[in-house]
Design a protein around this ligand. Structure first.
Ligand code: 5GP
Length: 353
């Protein structure tokens, strides 16, 4: 097994519908093609394409949502995505997804999330144990012989949504707090929507104990980036198009950054690895976490992101292990989960010595 695969890892930026296996996506599309709902060959062509600009990625998501947005499929893909992360030794996963409505099949935001939770419930098997609800960690700690993964959920607000719709998602997250929902994400096409539309819902979320992470600086937009940083989110994702003043704010506020290398390069948000901001942030000892973003869409996985850092920035095994371990400090779950994960890293460190 490659070394990157064997170390315990923490994934904090993974979108459910971006992390679907290609094989599953093609199988689902073929079924809809046979029913005449979509033209399979058009779909296949888009899925198999490797490089996409950021705006093409959002068109792809609209296509993916056509084949995935029913309860049964959401349950299936949730199970598979968690199994895939666990298979490469991700020990803690914050999985984010946008609760959706589809009136034609009786889906509303809550039933969408219940389908996600059904997926989590179906993960446990003879060799894998999952903890996803906030109250059964003690029982979980006892299964030392199986592979184990702790999963928490973030509900995403899509930038196409209105303030009322964003508020609906936040209220749903609050209702589902005892089912493993711990935070809110703002994502979706960064050229759509205004920060002021989402701000009331995000503020309300934080005031009511939910953690907040924001997709920030995927496109140049100084006013929005600065407003987002001044909001003091718990973390931000990407930070690709920052100006000097924004870097200064980020560093003085010490906001942790979810770094998605493959995604940034594939979407051309960053032109090449040698100019990626990972290098500076790492050198400055700024809090960073390596993440996949959309492992299915970008054909990557978290182990691969660690391997990339090693080859592109020359980090050795010990430095990579410390990077993985440090991510525990930036998770949104509480102290009990942090302590559990620290034990996992302590025991892994002993095998490295
Ligand atoms: P879902 O929320 O449907 O499970 O995951 C797919 C959704 O996540 C996309 O429709 C989009 O709103 C969001 N998303 C996935 N990847 C990215 C990304 O790289 N940037 C942004 N801004 N949003 C993303």
């Amino acid at each position: 097994m490659e070394w990157w695969v064997s170390i315990p890892k923490v994934e904090l930026h993974a979108h459910l519908n971006g992390s679907i296996r290609n094989s599953t996506l093609l199988e689902l599309a073929r079924e809809l093609g046979e029913k005449g709902t979509i033209v399979f060959s058009d779909f296949e062509h888009v899925i198999r394409k490797n490089d996409r600009t950021l705006s093409e990625v959002f068109k792809l998501f609209d296509l993916i949502h056509v084949v995935t947005t029913d309860h049964k499929t959401i349950t299936r893909i949730t199970k598979e995505v968690v199994e895939d992360f666990a298979a490469e030794n991700v020990v803690y996963l914050e999985l984010r997804t946008t609760p959706k409505r589809n009136d034609s099949i009786g889906m509303h935001k809550r039933s969408y999330m219940e389908a996600v939770i059904d997926g989590l419930k179906s993960v446990s098997s003879s060799d894998l144990d999952i903890n996803f609800s906030c109250d059964d960690l003690e029982k979980f700690s006892k299964y030392q012989t199986k592979k184990r993964i702790i999963v928490r959920l973030l509900l995403s607000i899509d930038r196409r949504e209105s303030t009322a719709s964003a508020m609906e998602t936040v209220n749903l997250a609050l209702e589902m707090k005892d089912m493993g929902v711990i935070g809110i994400d703002l994502s979706g096409n960064p050229t759509v929507g205004e920060w002021t539309t989402f701000f009331p819902a995000l503020k309300f979320a934080r005031e009511h104990g939910l953690s907040v992470t924001l997709h920030c600086g995927e496109v140049p937009n100084s006013i929005e980036i600065q407003a987002m940083l001044d909001f003091l989110p718990g973390r931000i994702g990407h930070a690709c198009c920052f100006q000097d003043e924004e870097w200064r704010k980020l560093e003085s506020y010490k906001i942790p950054v979810e770094i998605c290398l493959t995604s940034n390069i594939r979407t051309e948000s960053i032109s090449s690895m040698d100019v990626h901001h990972f290098a500076n942030l790492y050198k400055e000892n700024h809090p960073i976490i390596l993440c996949t973003d959309d492992s299915g869409v970008f054909s990557t996985n978290l182990s691969n992101e660690y391997a990339l850092v090693s080859s592109a920035f020359g980090l050795g095994k010990m430095e990579l292990f410390q990077l993985a371990r440090k991510a525990v400090d930036f998770i949104f779950a509480g102290n009990e989960v942090k302590m559990e994960l620290k034990k996992v890293y302590e025991s892994a460190a002993r095998t490295l010595e």
